[in-house]
Design a protein around this ligand. Structure first.
Ligand code: SF4
Length: 342
């Protein structure tokens, strides 16, 4: 590991060596193997990123998405994240897609378009990072890149946390591996799955052939259905990027695929594309995008939809049954451009 990179582990976090050995054996992981991870922030610390379960505000008292249009109030005036659960982000440093707005020359880019170079981290450090998250009452969230590139390692950490602490994890996944998601399901609290576009547009957006793009969209939809049909109440956050040429018909098609059933487990996050270096995708107008999503919401009643102007520190606009439900809308005008890892 580079001497400038460290892992966000607390000094008091300790590994249960017996369970560590057991889950590594079950998943055929050698203890001395490393995993490529993306450092975070100016200090280059692996795992120093945390995010909120923003969709918590749409949950009813039974921990499924509310049937009515009421949002949970924030618990601290002026703080839109207060009262929400917090996740600790495990950002894996590779992906099986090649979305041009995210990657350039096989590198990931930060919010300013600068490449981030993945570094090798010992697998035991990731277990300690997970222990640190538990210590801080945070939910471990496997993200990336894409965690499917380290499918066995994620499963091993998830099993470890379940056996040692009886806590579940979260996954942010591009949807390409429904069979992996199925294996993860007993250990999942929530999952985010990308449906990036309609089958005819997906290939271009993911940096793949049209045929491959269409194939992966069908896998994303299969992943979502697998989660929704599972007996455990796993919350599913579907993520769709919105470009300048995304149409209402495109969104209705996606909505009809995902909201045909089990809508109480589903939240749909739509994020507006921001210009990325060397990428000729068009940026949507904020006003048009919100109007389009309101129309979408009237066509797909009862669907919880969140609109986000960018990935980080952007307020979430909650829309349901054609209505904007929170008054953070005006802040979306402030949204700067960048941060497209969708
Ligand atoms: S946007 Fe997501 S799926 Fe696409 S290359 Fe980046 S990490 Fe992979």
């Amino acid at each position: 590991m580079s001497k400038h990179v460290s892992v966000y582990c607390s000094e008091t976090a300790t590994l249960n060596e017996d369970v560590f050995a057991k889950v590594c054996k079950e998943e055929s992981i050698e203890h001395d193997r490393t995993v490529a991870m993306l450092p975070y922030g100016a200090a280059n610390v692996i795992g120093s990123e945390s995010r909120w379960y923003y969709f918590d505000r749409a949950l009813a008292s039974d921990s499924l998405f509310a049937l009515d249009d009421s949002l949970r109030p924030v618990t601290e005036a002026g703080n839109p994240y207060s009262g929400l659960r917090r996740t600790r982000i495990f950002s894996f440093g590779s992906c099986n897609m090649a979305c041009p707005y995210c990657k350039r020359d096989c590198q990931f880019c930060d919010a300013h378009g600068r490449p981030i170079v993945a570094v090798d981290v010992p697998i035991s450090d990731l277990f300690l990072l997970a222990e640190t998250a538990v210590e801080r009452t945070e939910i471990v969230r496997f993200s990336g890149g894409d965690p499917v590139m380290y499918a066995r390692q994620c499963l091993a950490i998830a099993k470890y946390l379940w056996h040692v602490h009886h806590t579940k994890v979260s996954v942010a996944h591009n949807g390409s591996a429904p069979s992996w998601i199925e294996r993860m399901l007993p250990y999942l609290d929530s999952v985010a799955v990308d449906v990036k576009a309609t089958p005819d547009k997906a290939g271009r957006i993911m940096g793949l052939s049209q045929r491959a793009g269409a194939h992966f969209i069908s896998r994303s939809i299969e992943s979502i259905r697998t989660c929704c049909e599972h007996e455990n109440d796993v919350l599913v956050d579907v993520r769709t990027p919105l470009f300048g040429d995304t149409t209402l018909e495109d969104l209705v098609w996606i909505g009809e695929q995902i909201f045909h059933t089990h809508s109480r487990k589903l939240f749909w996050t739509i994020r507006l594309y921001s210009p990325a270096p060397h990428c000729d995708f068009t940026q949507p107008s904020l006003k048009n995008a919100i109007e389009m999503i309101r129309s979408l919401s009237e066509i797909i009643p009862n669907a919880w939809i969140g609109v986000r102007g960018r990935w980080h520190n952007s307020p979430m606009l909650f829309i349901k049954n054609g209505r904007i439900l929170n008054d953070d809308a005006q802040h979306l005008d402030d949204v700067p451009t960048s941060g497209n890892r969708l």
